[in-house]
Write a protein that binds this ligand. Structure first.
Ligand code: C2E
Ligand code: MG
Ligand code: MG
Length: 697
């Protein structure tokens, strides 16, 4: 350093360089270093004024080199230190004034841009030991510090949303727990899961899904504000750490605020998107639960919120542990249910709406648990999907249903429900082919029922899968239509053979206040344009039957024609010629009478003998030797009330259903006296003479 200093003082020249090659080399090295921008040299007087500083510093500080000289070195240094405290100036000042050597002192330059230096210096003394000033060097730490800060930030941040990540949330919760104990209060955690996010992601693609997650995080931040730390754990799972909130009501309001905010529609690439959110809430107690314990409890609370129908929040309750253990027991029981022969298939008839003939059966699984009794598929199918047992169960259903169907008359089909999880399996077409081969069931008699969720995926796999299944020759039905995301365009893209209108539309559709009838009409119209059949699901009452029939649904499935039944009963029903009667007494508002009574039918000037089989105030089932056209306007003469105008709505051979133009008062029907004369005109001999036993149901 001393030789450098001497060169600096003398300014240096080439003649001297030649004379003093050592000094010349030192000077060259000095310039080399100073120009590299890796560091710089400095020197102060005994008063701490700069007597030398490399030119590069002036450049960095945006000043002229001469400006810096003869000014206090500490003027260049900010008071902020690396850890954010304000002691640096004193520290550098302290060293300079106490004449103590220092090394790697990290300081921030007094500039608008962030510039960090590491400064080393030692006091210099003259020959007789008098303090002369300081001399030293400094290196630039700016880039290194920036990348450290960036790394630190990245390590704590979720890169997609900019929210805290799992690690940062864990630290925040640890801190909140420590703070809660120290300040004798309690902290809380929200665990959040978005409802229907996956479907949006699948429908609109991953970039749209990412945008949605960003929008969700903005709304979450807005709702939570300063009350806590919001973070994303991954996927569509978010967490909020609330260090100082524990009141039940306050937490409820906040959770409801989140649900309301996240449930408002979003617009992504011009498309309106709606999702929901479920929230699990846990509050720390004055106990020694760790952040892991709290998160596990929050997870159980979230599970309970989702099980309660989603779009709601639930507080953790200790009983949830028992429920989770119960679920685990069910899981392990389910694993052996097939082996132990506890799974059974029931078959529900599907009926042609105009002929009332059975066209097929839907196979519906039941689990007869030795302790818990029958368990609904609605409960255990999702469980089987979660624990990856659905493929095994699904294959068992397929094999059993096809084997059963092979014993039915040839025109009767079997429908099998497929889980979306099964649909993802590349081996599905091969399995279907193998099962059809084994059971000898023609492919066209197997109908695979898929829910909307499966088809919302943009995934090529879905379209390949459909093509492969269609190639086998099986039929495809879209189950629970109208309950999913109802992007109707996929109906045009996917060659379904049938859509099954969900029972939630059928329920109450006959109520004049309900808009369901209009919705069913629209669905039937759409399906028939696309040459697809329509099944109305869950038809229970005669009203509903009449309505879905009028609206043009080609098939009906519901309790009115039969509940899911054991295989033996299905076989008997299938073999019996497969005509079933709607169970009329299920009509809630309109009583229907089962009646066997002779009547006269007026049609286009002719009078024919006919027989009433059952009747309601809206219409009747009539039997006549002649076949009648649908839509024919007729008059019936069977009661004291005179001729009744009616229209033939459907026919099946010699039976047909008529709809009365005006409501018929059933009270007018009194049992005919046994002595009453039978009608004299054209009494067809297949009709029971004088028949008049009215059977009110
Ligand atoms: P789904 O495929 O829509 O089946 C129709 C459900 O509605 C059946 O319930 C059936 O019993 C019920 N249902 C039929 N008619 C009526 C009615 O008139 N009134 C009322 N209230 N309900 C009626 P289930 O058997 O409990 O099955 C529920 C769901 O479980 C099925 O809905 C299907 O999604 C699923 N599932 C059933 N079996 C299987 C299976 O083997 N595999 C798969 N992956 N899912 C299945
Ligand atoms: Mg189904
Ligand atoms: Mg359904």
């Amino acid at each position: 350093m001393e030789s450098i200093r001497r060169i600096l003082r003398s300014g240096g020249n080439s003649a001297q360089d030649e004379a003093r090659p050592e000094s010349a080399r030192a000077e060259a090295l000095l310039h080399e270093f100073e120009n590299s921008e890796k560091g710089w040299f400095w020197e102060t007087t005994r008063e701490g004024m700069l007597s030398y500083i490399s030119d590069s510093v002036a450049g960095v500080l945006g000043r002229e080199p001469g400006d810096l000289l003869e000014r206090p070195f500490t003027d260049l240094i900010s008071t902020e230190t690396a850890d954010g405290s304000a002691t640096s100036e004193r520290t550098l000042g302290f060293y300079l004034s106490s004449h103590v050597a220092f090394q790697d002192l990290i300081v921030r330059a007094k500039t608008r841009n962030e510039i960090w230096w590491s400064i080393t210096g030692r006091p210099i003394h003259d020959e007789v030991g008098r303090f002369f000033g300081f001399r030293g060097f400094a290196s630039d730490l700016t880039k290194m510090r920036q990348s450290e800060v960036e790394l630190d930030r990245l390590a704590k941040q979720d890169s997609l949303t900019g929210l805290a990540n799992r690690e940062a949330l864990r630290r925040a919760l640890d801190d909140a727990l420590v703070g809660a104990v120290r300040r004798k209060h309690r902290c809380s955690v929200f665990l959040l899961d978005l409802d229907r996010f996956k479907a949006v992601n699948d429908t609109l693609g991953h970039p749209a899904g990412d945008t949605l997650l960003r929008l969700v995080s903005l709304r979450l931040r807005e709702v939570i504000g300063e009350a806590g730390q919001v973070g994303r754990l991954g996927g569509d799972e978010f967490e909020v750490v609330l260090p100082a909130i524990s009141h039940h009501e306050e937490l409820s309001n906040l959770a409801q605020g989140i649900i309301d905010s996240l449930s408002r529609p979003y617009t992504i690439n011009g498309t309106a998107v709606s999702i929901g959110a479920s929230v699990g809430i846990v509050t720390s107690d004055y106990d020694d639960r760790t952040s892991d314990d709290l998160m596990r409890d929050a997870d159980l609370a979230l599970y309970a919120a989702k099980a309660a129908g989603k779009g709601c929040f639930r507080f953790f309750a200790p009983e949830m542990h028992e429920a989770a253990r119960e679920r685990q027991r069910l899981e392990s029981d389910l694993r052996v249910a097939i082996e132990k022969d506890q799974l059974k298939l029931m078959f529900q008839p599907c009926v042609d709406s105009s002929s009332e003939a059975v066209t097929g059966f839907e196979a519906l699984i039941r689990w007869f648990h030795p302790e818990h009794g029958p368990i609904s598929p609605v409960q255990f199918i999702p469980l089987a999907e979660e624990i990856a047992l659905i493929n095994e169960i699904g294959e068992w259903v397929l094999r059993t249903a096809c084997a059963e169907a092979a014993t039915w008359p040839e025109h009767i089909t079997v429908a099998v429900n497929l889980s979306p999880v099964q649909f993802k399996l590349h081996s599905l077409p091969a399995t279907v082919r193998a099962v059809l081969g084994e059971t000898n069931l023609p492919a066209k008699r197997l109908e695979l029922e898929i829910t909307e969720g499966v088809f919302l995926s943009n995934d090529d796999h879905v379209h390949d899968m459909i093509a492969s299944l269609k190639k086998i020759g099986v039929k495809l039905a879209l189950d629970d239509f109208g309950t999913g995301y109802s992007s109707l365009s996929y109906l045009q893209r996917v060659p379904f053979d049938k859509i099954k209108i969900d029972q939630s539309f059928v329920r109450g559709a006959s109520d004049p206040e309900s808009r369901n009838a209009a919705l069913i009409r629209a669905m039937v119209g759409l399906a028939s344009d696309l040459k697809m059949e329509t099944t109305a699901e869950g038809v229970e009452t005669a009203d509903e039957l009449q309505l879905v029939r009028n609206l043009g649904c080609s098939l009906v499935q519901g309790y009115i024609f039969g509940k899911p039944m054991p295989a033996e009963d299905a076989l008997a029903l299938a073999a019996k010629g497969a005509i079933v009667r709607p169970d009329a007494h299920l009509t809630p508002r309109e009583p229907r009478m089962r009646i066997i009574r002779a009547t006269l039918l007026h049609h286009e000037g002719r009078v024919l003998g006919a027989r009433l089989r059952n009747i309601s105030s809206g219409g009747a089932l009539v039997e006549c030797r002649e076949e009648m056209p649908v839509g024919a306007q007729v008059q019936l003469d069977f009661a004291a009330g005179g001729l009744i105008d009616a229209e033939i709505r459907w026919t099946k051979g010699t039976q047909f259903g008529v709809q009365f133009r005006e409501k018929f008062n059933l009270k007018l029907l009194r049992p005919t006296e046994p002595t009453a004369k039978p009608p004299t005109m054209m009494m067809p001999n297949f009709l029971a003479a004088g028949g008049g036993e009215a059977e009110s149901k």
